[in-house]
Design a protein around this ligand. Structure first.
Ligand SMILES: Cc1cc2nc3c(=O)[nH]c(=O)nc-3n(C[C@H](O)[C@H](O)[C@H](O)COP(=O)(O)OP(=O)(O)OC[C@H]3O[C@@H](n4cnc5c(N)ncnc54)[C@H](O)[C@@H]3O)c2cc1C
Length: 482
């Protein structure tokens, strides 16, 4: 095992993409095998030392940022143990980078379908946050691709379970028999919204025990090994960047497009396009909205597929002449670059403004989406704060990014955010659809579930992590553990 204590070396572990400052830890420990990971957790438990687990550090909620104690970093647990083309499964350690996994799979004509967008994330991190990406529209989140997990508890026990091994009831105490003891796991009884959500622990009636360990944000266990389900690489993929001269046209297009089998269905608003135009002046001046979508297909159906989408785009007045279309890896890479240029441009503004970005991760039921979007626009316009809206429109999940220029605007943007949260929760929505709660969104989770349910989450955590050392202050305030 490697132990790092040099302040200059370990400070990189005290940040992620949340902008949360002030993290610190005594040491960063890199276990190289299961035994070392277990020894570290047993020692930390015995000495009551908080432990924060670190993946690729691409999270946006401060979840991997420690505030004291030790960091266990997973980058030395980075083996792809097996890729099985027949069963379409792979066995993987948690520190494998998504880009490395995709490279290896690609050589065998395979792919990891949920494709969480950020290639530098580690597999363990994506399981711990139940990440999803643009293709979540068709394939759903990480959860749908986890077949087996081997996890280490802070008690030193190892649980190795497959999907289907155990089912648990909402609001019950589940007794899990371990080698030398029986563990009583206290399952909360709240109901999750029936939409894409990554807010709080996953709790459903008759749920699979495995699902409890997906989306726990490093609070319940250390993920040691995982079996994932793979897919075959689609024969062909077409990507469309379709511009619209009115936002309404773009949104009405999406309503129809949802009934087609696209892989992704993403949106950028007029402000996002204005920002991108600085780097890409060819974006048509009259464009007020963009829909980016991908379609997988078999070569023999190419002309039908193009015909189908063209008709739908024409029906909704897309700017056909100015839209982009890619059917080769090279062309698609260009569109991907253009799409990725947006968060980069946002980050540049954030740096220039010297104020944190205030970005939402809210999703609402489809039937409330239009009203939610209208609410966003009204509140943002009257606030006077610069903003842009983009995201996973196919799942009624948009990222509203407010870009305050002053301390006063920053405070105002937090208040506006709170109004969005209350409105979305009133619609039966979620305060986090993919990024998780981390250390920044406790207040929002309380609005969504209420204080009593946060206390139930704390009881669940205590039953699996009795020394209360793992991922403190992630999901709910650590004070609830007292
Ligand atoms: C440009 C950009 C684009 C992004 N796009 C998306 C997107 O489209 N969809 C999306 O969902 N997210 C997105 N993200 C957020 C981020 O990539 C995901 O949250 C990702 O899952 C984090 O993985 P990580 O390995 O970097 O985890 P980290 O940030 O290191 O940690 C995240 C959490 O996982 C826990 N953890 C890590 N490893 C383990 C383990 N082995 N056992 C237990 N807990 C562990 C940590 O303790 C922490 O709570 C984006 C981020 C960036 C910067």
């Amino acid at each position: 095992m490697i132990i790092k204590t040099d302040a200059d070396i370990i400070k990189g572990y005290f940040e992620d993409y949340s902008g949360l400052l002030g993290g610190y830890a005594d040491r960063v420990i890199l276990p190289e095998n299961e035994k070392e990971a277990r020894d570290i957790l047993l020692e930390a438990s015995a000495k009551n030392i908080p432990v924060t687990i670190s993946g690729g550090g691409t999270g946006v909620t401060g979840a991997r940022i420690p505030f004291g104690g030790w960091v266990i970093a997973t980058e030395k647990l980075n083996k792809i143990i097996d890729i099985n083309k027949d069963s379409l499964t792979a066995t993987i350690e948690p520190g494998v980078r998504l880009s490395d996994l995709e490279n290896e799979l690609s050589k065998k004509g395979l792919t990891y379908l949920p494709d969480p967008t950020e290639p530098n994330a580690f597999l363990g991190g994506t399981i711990s946050t139940n990440a999803s990406g643009a293709r979540g529209f068709k394939y759903g989140p990480t959860r749908n691709y986890i077949k087996r997990l081997k996890v280490l508890l802070s008690t030193g026990h190892i649980i190795d379970i497959k999907r289907g091994d155990y089912f648990i009831k909402r609001g019950s105490v589940f007794q899990l028999k371990l080698k030398d003891k029986e563990m009583n796991i206290r399952i909360p009884d709240y109901s999750m919204p029936d939409i894409k959500t990554a807010a709080g622990y996953y709790i459903k009636d008759d749920m699979d025990l495995l699902d409890l360990f997906i989306g726990h944000e490093g609070t319940l266990c250390f993920i040691l090994e995982v079996d994932i389900a793979l897919g075959e690489k689609p024969e062909e993929i077409m990507s469309f960047f379709s511009f619209f001269s009115s936002e309404d046209d773009a949104i009405n297009f999406v309503k129809d497009a949802k009934t087609y089998m696209a892989m992704s269905l993403e949106y950028m608003d007029s402000n996002s396009l204005s920002l991108l135009r600085i780097k890409y002046p060819n974006i048509p001046k009259c464009a007020k909205g963009l829909i980016y979508f991908e379609q997988d297909y078999k070569k023999e159906f190419e002309s039908e597929i193009i015909d189908l989408w063209t008709k739908l785009l024409e029906k909704h007045n897309a700017l056909m002449e100015d839209s982009y279309f890619a059917d080769s890896d090279k062309e698609r890479a260009k569109l991907k670059e253009l799409r990725h240029a947006l968060p980069d441009s946002v980050n540049e503004i954030v740096k220039k403004n010297k104020m944190p970005k205030v970005g939402t991760d809210i999703a609402v039921p489809d039937k409330c989406f239009k009203e939610m979007l209208k609410f966003y626009k009204e509140k943002l316009t009257s606030s006077g704060i610069d903003y842009l809206i983009f995201g996973h429109i196919g799942e009624s999940h948009m990222h509203v990014n407010m870009l305050p220029r002053t301390e006063e605007e920053f405070k105002k943007s937090r208040l506006v955010y709170m109004e969005f949260v209350k409105k979305a929760v009133g619609f039966g929505g979620t305060v986090s659809a993919e990024h998780g709660i981390g250390k920044l969104k406790h207040q929002f989770l309380e609005i969504m579930y209420g204080k009593n349910n946060l206390k139930q989450m704390a009881l669940l955590k205590k039953s699996l992590d009795p020394s209360c050392i793992l991922g403190l202050d992630n999901i709910f305030p650590k004070e609830l553990l007292k």
